[in-house]
Ligand binder design. Structure first.
Ligand SMILES: [Zn+2]
Length: 57
């Protein structure tokens, strides 16, 4: 899925797997500006995809 970095506003791609859990929290570094981003992902059964929040870490 496509997300936007909170620091440089560049889009980046994040791949999530349901096998890793329906609720996932982790830190990932932006590929463009290397700032850490907090990812909060929750599986949405209705939409059949992850609902993802990106916040500055
Ligand atoms: Zn960035």
């Amino acid at each position: 899925m496509q997300l936007t970095c909170h620091y440089c506003f560049e889009p980046f791609t994040l791949t999530l797997f349901i096998e890793d859990g329906e609720e996932q929290e982790f830190i990932t570094d932006c590929e463009v500006c290397c700032h850490p981003l907090q990812i909060n992902a929750v599986w949405s059964e209705d939409e059949g995809r992850f609902s993802v929040d990106v916040s500055p870490s």
